[in-house]
Design a protein around this ligand. Structure first.
Ligand SMILES: [Zn+2]
Length: 70
């Protein structure tokens, strides 16, 4: 049996096969880009295909915290 790589959805924290998750990476401008082919460098955030998770991920925006005005 080949080992199945699994990743955790950042919203519901359930584990899925990597192929079932959508990878997002943070762009230089702080926007989250959907990494369709999972080839972009940098830290990735994985979200499962649940509509609830996708909706909550819209507000997750990990880059915003670092862009808080002084
Ligand atoms: Zn999820």
């Amino acid at each position: 049996m080949p080992h199945m790589p699994s990743r955790m959805c950042v919203i519901c924290r359930r584990r899925f096969a990597k192929a079932e998750l959508t990878r997002h990476v943070l762009s230089e401008t702080g926007a989250l880009l959907r990494d369709e082919r999972a080839t972009l460098p940098g830290r990735g955030w994985y979200v499962c295909s649940s509509p609830v998770c996708l909706q909550r991920f819209e507000k997750y925006k990990p880059g915003k915290r670092q862009r808080r005005p002084a």
